[in-house]
Design a protein around this ligand. Structure first.
Ligand code: ZN
Length: 187
């Protein structure tokens, strides 16, 4: 048996139609709104779990988008936030997005990061984290386990220069989770 030496993760082409690289996404609601729309479309198309995320430059340009790809890619780390971070880092050729004079970066996510994506957020090089639904929404409306987070998880991020704002379009974000939870699908 050959030892695997390569990894290939992709987003489906429709993501490039929903996420518009020509416009500027200004303000928290436009940014989280895109993440929620990606989550909604991912469920509608049965392409993965009910989660979306996007990395923006401070000027409003979209750098990269992400959706949950765990089941289609057979990859437990392929969460929306991870996909968005990895694609943004590849696009900017920078493993820390805000390194040097790159500017400031924002991650918008349809739901509070799980323990894995929380850890990734510490190192990704973002300056702001914008969140739609809360972790308790994810766990009450679906069967997903968010994993253990430190009690002071927001303070830990803010100590590292990452501003956290949550409950942005929370009801819209909750609606996507509820649709998924009630649909009985698991992908
Ligand atoms: Zn995650």
């Amino acid at each position: 048996m050959l030892l695997p030496l390569q990894l290939h993760l992709t987003l489906p082409p429709w993501v490039g139609e929903v996420a518009d690289t020509r416009r500027r996404y200004l303000g928290d609601e436009e940014r989280v709104g895109l993440a929620i729309e990606l989550a909604r479309q991912n469920v509608a198309r049965s392409h993965g779990g009910p989660f979306g995320a996007a990395v923006f430059h401070e000027d409003g340009r979209l750098v990269a988008a992400g959706i949950n790809r765990v089941v289609p890619q057979t990859c437990s780390v392929a969460h929306a936030e991870m996909m968005a971070y990895m694609l943004a880092q590849q696009r900017l050729s920078s493993f820390r997005l805000n390194a040097g004079d790159n500017g400031r970066f924002i991650l918008a996510t349809s739901a509070q990061p799980c323990c894995q994506c929380y850890g990734a957020t510490v190192w990704a090089g973002i300056d702001e984290l914008l969140i739609g639904a809360r972790g308790e929404d994810v766990e009450s409306l679906t069967t997903f386990d968010e994993g253990p987070l430190p009690d002071d998880w927001i303070a830990q991020l803010e100590r590292r220069g990452i501003a956290v704002r949550r409950d942005i379009l929370r009801e819209q974000a909750r609606a996507v989770l509820a649709d998924y939870g009630q649909g009985g699908a698991h992908y």
